[in-house]
Structure formats: C-alpha cells, structure tokens
Ligand binder design. Structure first.
Ligand SMILES: Cc1cc2nc3c(=O)[nH]c(=O)nc-3n(C[C@H](O)[C@H](O)[C@H](O)COP(=O)(O)OP(=O)(O)OC[C@H]3O[C@@H](n4cnc5c(N)ncnc54)[C@H](O)[C@@H]3O)c2cc1C
Length: 470
C-alpha cells in the first residue's frame, strides 16, 4: 500500500495580501460626502438654535449681541468637535483622504474656531452688560461668580494655549513632545466648557432636539478618540506582541529595525503605509514616531528604517533585540489600493525611499508597468537602493538614479547635471500621463516634483505624496 504523504508545511514567510484597489470615483464621492457632512453639522447647529427659540429672543441691540454670541459659541464648539474627529484617526477618514490631509484640515480650523470662541465670550459679555446697564469689566467680574463660568474661562485659556503653541513661529521653539502635551489640553478645554453649556446656556436644556444633537456630537468625537486612538491600538499591540529582532546600521545615521510577533498573518498593513511606533526602553518609551514600513509586511517580519533626524529618531538606533514595541496604525493611502492608471511612476529621495520600497514590493506589477527614479544628493544617501534594484529586476521595472545636489537658488527637483542635460519628468517617465505618480522625499523637493507633474498634465488623483513632516 502506498503511504499517503502530506506536503510539508511551508515556513517561508509570505506577504500579507495586498488590499484590493479602491474605485477612484467612489473615494472622491466619499471625500465630498465627508466635507459636506462637516459643513452640514455646522449649519445644523445654528439652525437648531435659531428654530428652537433663538431667533425669537432677538428684540433689541443687547439681545442681538447675546444671540450672536451664542451662535459664535455654537459654531466654534462645533468646529472644535470636528477638529477632534479629524484627529481621531478614524479608518474611514484615513482610507479616504489620508491622515496628513485630515490633520491639515484640522489645523486650518484651529484659528477660526478660537476666534469664534473668543467672539462668543466678548459678544455675550457685551450683550449682558448692555442688558444690565453695567460696564464690560463689571460684567466680566460678575460672570466669574456665576456657577461653571470660571471653568468656561479656563477652557478658553487652554484653547488659547493650544492654538498659540501651534503657530509655526512658536512651534519651532518647542520640542514635538512638549507641543504634543500642550495640544492634548484641547480635550480638557472642550470638556471643562461642557458644564457652562448645561447650566448657563439653554442649548442643552432637557428634552430639546439640540440637546440630542450636541450629546451625539460629543459622544462621536470623544468616542472616536477613545476607540481609535487608545482602545484599538492597545488591543492590536497586545495581540501582536511585537518585539525587536534585529537592528542593522545600513548607512551612517540610518538603521533598519526588524520586528516580529504573534499572528502577523492577520496584520493588516500594506506596503507604503506607516504606523506610529513606541519602543519600550527607558530612553524611548515617552516618544512615539510615525515611521513607514521599509519592506512589505509579511507573516514573519515587519521592518522599518529610521534616519537620525532628531534626538528621538537617533535614540532608536540604540534599541536592542527583545525590546517590546507598541504601535498605532497602520495608516496612510500611499499604497497600491488608490492606484487608478495603467502605469506606475515612482520617485524617492533620501529616507523617502522607505514607503516607496515597501509599496513596490507589495504592488502586483507586470514587466514594463513601473518606472522608478531614485534621487540622492551624494553616495551617503543610497539607502536601500540595492534592494530597490533587486525588486525592479524581479518585477521587470525600469529603474534610474540621479545623484548630485540641486543647483543653489533654483526651484528644481533635479541635480545640476540632469538639469543642464535637459532631463524632464516626461523624459524619465515616458507614460507619465497614463501613470499614477508616487513621490516621497524632502518637502521642497517633493513640491517641485508635484509642480512639474501638474504642469505635465497629471490630475490630482494621479499624484500620491507621503510627507514626513506634518
Ligand atoms: C507619515 C510619516 C512617515 C515617516 N516615515 C519615516 C521613515 O520611514 N523613516 C524615517 O527615518 N522617518 C520617517 N518619518 C519622519 C520621522 O517620523 C521623524 O523624523 C521623527 O519622528 C523625528 O523625531 P525626532 O524626535 O528625531 O525629532 P524631533 O526634532 O523631535 O521632531 C522633528 C519633527 O518630526 C516630526 N515628528 C516627531 N515626532 C512625531 C510624531 N509622533 N508624530 C508626527 N510627527 C512627528 C515633527 O514634525 C517634528 O517637528 C515619517 C514621518 C511621517 C509623518
């Protein structure tokens, strides 16, 4: 009798499957729907107030000041809650626009929200002073003695600190961690203002539709933050139990860190994405860093590659095998999932190579489909170029390199030599108009590439940028 033999179990790691491509029109529609939802919520807050008696309270100038003060407060608070939702790392928002775009929108709302809340305080104080026939200073002092109002002033002060700390000129003088801690005060600012809304304003009075609306908005904002920023990342980190397996110096100031853990077959990351990593050593546990995968995640190993760009990233070179690692993510849409065109054009400069390398490894490619341009100022910036060469060879992709500094004073992404030889984006990427262009590198370099790509006729949805500096 012939013995039945089983095929030996393969132990070779296999790539985590690439997520299916998303339909571009659908993503754009979701984008529009998200923006419409934001502005509708602001309009709803005002409409609910005016229609439930707010408009009827306006009978003279003092009451007009007060009503306007309430409206500015409602719109300001609504914007702040939208800002919290944008920063909550909700998967739908990340998948649709990416976290960088969500944070850019969050930032844009910061100052208008603060001005509206300041307007709320000033207009109401003036309105009350006119009604009582007192002056603004006396009215402010009397408001301080009203229950819950001191907390509201505290909230305003905290908000002011948060916005001022985020002004570029101020932020430059703060370390990221100090800025981040000040920024977390925005949660406290919103929460300490809630009691005065309940007691001083009629907006959250029991039994009103407004009350339901505002409670729903608060629950959505703080619930999303709780779930997506704390609960799910903690669950994923505990589930996978990642530890450092190797730290390899690949160039001066650049290390690759390999990680391994449990159930990696169920890890959902894609090449091109990043996670926010925290290494549990005495020197590093208190700062987390967004770092892209530098290899497509597989069932045995995850890998990141870090360039020493500051004290925090420098200290990562010292972590040892066995170190526990927790993470938030993976996040980002610098992936094959958002591709829409038949050809792939890829450009990477410096440490911007990391997501590009993982993207390339994780993209199902036909020979001739992808063209890659690697850019470095000098020989020290050729990190992972050998691996890119091997990947290009395996997938039948064309790969170029461009070495040399950009000419001083010229806004270009090219080296002086390439510029003088007449190189252009279309000479490097002959199918540029039918390509998705993926770019990662220093900000001014990336901006120059994107500008040329737009001039060459690429639509915004064909251009995918990963920024390391938001
Ligand atoms: C999406 C993304 C992917 C990245 N991928 C890589 C990569 O693969 N390899 C690599 O070497 N670098 C990568 N970076 C850059 C890396 O995160 C920063 O260089 C590093 O965090 C700097 O920290 P530091 O303490 O050394 O310097 P600091 O001087 O403390 O910080 C310098 C700047 O880095 C940014 N930064 C620091 N910490 C954070 C944080 N927790 N969240 C957001 N921004 C922060 C801030 O803009 C800060 O101003 C990536 C950045 C982003 C946003």
């Amino acid at each position: 009798m012939k013995l039945q033999t089983r095929a030996p179990r393969t132990t070779a790691p296999i790539l985590i499957p690439t997520p299916p491509r998303a339909s571009v029109p659908r993503r754009l529609r979701t984008q529009d729907a998200l923006i419409i939802t934001c502005w509708t919520s602001v309009a709803l807050a005002v409409t609910l107030y005016l229609s439930s008696g707010g408009a009827a309270t306006v009978t003279d100038i003092p009451s007009a000041f007060s009503a306007l003060g309430i409206v500015t407060g409602l719109v300001g608070t609504n914007l702040i809650l939208i800002m919290l939702i944008l920063a909550a790392r909700i998967p739908l928002i990340d998948r649709t626009v990416g976290q960088d775009v969500a944070i850019a929108f969050h930032r844009q709302l910061g100052k208008p929200a603060l001005y509206l809340i300041l307007g709320h305080a000033v207009l109401l104080t003036v309105g009350y002073a006119l009604t009582d026939g007192s002056n603004v200073v006396a009215e402010t002092l009397s408001l301080f003695n009203t229950p819950d109002l001191p907390l509201a002033y505290l909230g305003l002060g905290l908000l002011l600190a948060v916005v001022v700390s985020s002004v570029v000129a101020v932020q430059r003088h703060l370390s990221y961690e100090v800025w981040h801690v000040i920024h977390l005060l925005s949660y406290a600012a919103v929460l300490v203002a809630v009691p005065h809304q309940l007691s001083a304003g009629a907006v959250l009075a029991e039994g009103t539709v407004q009350r339901i609306y505002w409670i729903a908005l608060y629950v959505l904002a703080f619930g999303a933050i709780g779930i997506y920023r704390f609960v799910l990342p903690s669950v994923s980190s505990l589930r996978h139990g990642l530890r450092v397996t190797a730290v390899t110096t690949i160039a001066p100031g650049v290390v690759s860190i390999s990680l391994s853990g449990r159930h990696l077959a169920r890890f959902t990351g894609a090449g091109g994405q990043y996670a926010v990593w925290r290494f549990w050593t005495g020197a590093t546990w208190w700062h987390a860093h967004p770092l892209s995968f530098s290899a497509a995640p597989n069932t045995a190993t995850l890998r990141i590659t870090v360039r020493d760009l500051g004290a925090g990233s420098r200290s990562l070179a010292g972590v040892r095998p066995g170190t526990r690692v927790s993470f938030e993510g993976p996040y980002g849409i610098f992936t094959d999932r958002v591709r829409s065109s038949p050809y792939l054009a890829v450009m990477a400069a410096g440490i911007g190579i990391t997501p590009v390398r993982a993207l390339l490894e994780h993209s199902p490619l036909h020979p001739g489909e992808a063209t890659i341009l690697l850019r470095g100022s000098d020989q020290n910036q050729t990190y992972l170029w050998d691996e890119m060469g091997a990947l290009a060879h395996r997938s039948g992709s064309t790969i170029y390199s461009m070495m040399g500094h950009r000419p001083r004073g010229l806004d270009t992404w090219m080296s002086a030599q390439a510029l003088s030889s007449g190189v252009t984006l279309t000479s490097v990427f002959p199918h540029l108009r039918q390509s998705d262009l993926y770019v990662c590198g220093p900000q001014t370099w990336t901006d120059a590439v994107v500008r040329d790509a737009r001039h060459a006729g690429l639509r915004p949805q064909q251009i995918h940028v990963e920024r390391f500096d938001w």
